[in-house]
Ligand binder design. Structure first.
Ligand code: AP5
Ligand code: MG
Ligand code: ZN
Length: 221
């Protein structure tokens, strides 16, 4: 099963994908996490991605598509995946459809997690992330039990370099200009469900699971 989580920066893609992937036993693939990991390792890919990420811009499609297709071909993705933060442009969506079609596969569900821009700004400004397991926390909405320490793995919490007001604004602009057209693209395939991404995290998870269980007319497995 292939599930795409579509949503603006801060919509809760990472928060929800981690839980839903566990529940449905799917791999959770986040292109942003892959780029940050490559940066930490200091690879050529990581250094290239950094140039774009620090400005809040998208990493070029050729680089991103090649990285993603290689990743979803790995063994742990055989039972299916939740794609968190991919595709983000029409070219990426088309490249993914084409690559899956070659293997007689297709995307089953697209969940669009909708959150107002004012709420997104608040969420990203207060976000802290675990260096080890990537769990996101929020200083007000979901603080860790001990300040600066991950509840799950005791890892150190940090704030992302692109979670500063200027770059958050740039990322929101990029979402509306380059990624929002995918809402139309996937609505036409009949696979998209819009889910209200505001409210309690458990309620939102239920909305997403309901959307997946209910299925959509366009699904093929
Ligand atoms: P990426 O890492 O994907 O970042 P993003 O899309 O900007 O999304 P975020 O991770 O910021 O938000 P999220 O939706 O995961 O929210 P979260 O669950 O953490 O991409 C970073 C960069 O990498 C891009 O700018 C680009 O340069 C590059 N990149 C990545 N993919 C690419 C691609 N496909 N093509 C090209 N470039 C690419 O939640 C946010 C906060 O809100 C947390 O603090 C959380 O605790 C809190 N929160 C969550 N849910 C709730 C709730 N219900 N109520 C209150 N608070 C909540
Ligand atoms: Mg994320
Ligand atoms: Zn952790």
């Amino acid at each position: 099963m292939y599930v795409v989580f579509l949503g603006a920066p801060g919509a809760g893609k990472g928060t929800q994908a981690a839980e839903v992937a566990k529940e449905l036993q799917l791999a959770h693939i986040a292109t942003g996490d892959m780029f940050r990991d490559a940066q930490k390792k200091g690879t050529a890919l990581g250094m290239k991605a950094k140039e774009y990420m620090e400005k809040g811009q998208l990493v070029p499609d050729e680089i991103t598509v090649a990285m993603l297709l290689e990743r979803i071909g790995q063994a742990d993705c055989a039972q299916g995946v939740i794609l968190d933060g991919f595709p983000r442009t029409l070219a990426q969506a088309e490249a993914l459809d084409k690559a899956l079609a070659q293997q007689k596969k297709a995307i089953d569900y697209v969940i669009y997690i909708k959150v107002a821009d004012t709420e997104l700004m608040k969420r990203l400004g207060g976000r802290w992330i675990c260096r080890k397991c990537q769990t996101p926390y929020h200083e007000v909405a979901s603080p860790p039990k001990v300040k600066g320490v991950c509840d799950k793995c005791s890892g150190e919490l940090y704030q992302r370099a692109d979670d500063v007001p200027e770059t958050i604004k740039a990322r929101l602009g990029v979402f509306h200009a380059q990624t929002a057209p995918l809402i139309d693209y996937y609505t036409k395939t009949g696979k998209l469900t819009e889910v209200n991404g505001e409210g309690g995290m458990t309620d939102i998870r239920k909305r997403i699971l309901d959307a997946i269980k209910k299925g959509k007319p366009g699904r093929n497995r």
